[in-house]
Design a protein around this ligand. Sequence first.
Ligand SMILES: [Zn+2]
Ligand SMILES: [Zn+2]
Length: 167
Amino acid sequence: MAEPGTWRRCSVCKEPIALHATYWVCNVSTCNRKRTALAFCSVNCWEVHLPGANHRESWAVEKTAPGVPHSVDTPAPAAPRSREPRRTLARPAAPPARSERSAPPDEILIIASRLKSYVRAKSGGFNTSDKALAPLSDLVRQICDQAIENARRDGRMTVLDRDVPKS
Ligand SMILES: [Zn+2]
Ligand SMILES: [Zn+2]
């Protein structure tokens, strides 16, 4: 695409800017973002972009073109980067199952302080042993497993309130 001796083309008139040639850029940062990166062969061409750019304060900055042609594929790294999120989105099915399997089977699922205050209020002052949390967590897990089955039977990947068995 790049002709020999040409660094890149003017963003306005598309005339080639030669290697090592003087060119101009806009002082405004939005005109110099990697994607935009405006380069002008002359101050006249810089002025042409102004009406559309709507800058509050701007001037042309004189630059010297590098000795290497501007590679057209510099925006290319953006392409694989934009593909990455899509790749991670493409596999939401697997990780939930994996994290489910890796969860420690004896993990406490009950908020101790909440449970203890419930027992204290309901009983009129009883304490709760921390050891009660493990079997209670087992019960939550069993109920959860049933809810997962109910959701799966419905073809859903979200456990809803109606999937939780009533008793
Ligand atoms: Zn130009
Ligand atoms: Zn500008």
